[in-house]
Ligand binder design. Structure first.
Ligand code: GDP
Length: 137
């Protein structure tokens, strides 16, 4: 079993898709091992997306991610990181495969419904960002 980290982003929370997205996550074989509804401050969002700080869309991304609440969660499954990237689909929902979470629920390349870690190492870093090495999880 391994783990990945996800966020349900402000567009999907605001559009009332939390329940449908969690259902799809569970139906795809992931167990939710930690979860919270929270809201990112500007400095949280800047830190979380630091890797993109040189990109042209960084400012828009930080603004968007602080617009409303998000759901942060740690998910467990064999091959969790790669399988979750398949389940969420391409970054741009216009290019996402049929049936993926982004195809079903995202509104734009920025407001793309969900985050999914891109490696085991980043899954740990991102989980710790929200759940602070909490031993219960
Ligand atoms: P991901 O791993 O599929 O989430 O994609 P990236 O790591 O490349 O980008 C992180 C996030 O930045 C994406 O999920 C989008 O919310 C946002 N993003 C990526 N590319 C663009 C872009 O070209 N324009 C805008 N406005 N946002 C983008």
């Amino acid at each position: 079993m391994n783990r990945t980290f996800t966020m349900i982003k402000p567009d999907a929370v605001g559009n009332g898709h939390i329940g449908a997205i969690l259902e799809k996550i569970n139906a795809s074989g992931f167990n939710i091992v930690a979860m919270k509804l929270t809201k990112l401050s500007k400095s949280d969002a800047e830190k979380f997306y630091q890797v993109h700080s040189e990109r042209s869309f960084y400012g828009d991304l930080v603004n968007y991610m602080t617009e409303g609440p998000i759901v942060a969660a740690i998910l467990q499954k064999t091959n969790a990181v790669d399988d979750f990237r398949v389940l969420i689909g391409a970054t741009n929902p216009a290019e996402a495969a049929e049936g993926t979470i982004r195809k079903l629920f995202a509104t734009s390349i920025s407001a793309n419904a969900v985050h999914g870690s891109d490696s085991d190492e980043n899954a740990k870093i991102e989980s710790n960002f929200f759940f602070k090495n909490d031993e219960r999880f």
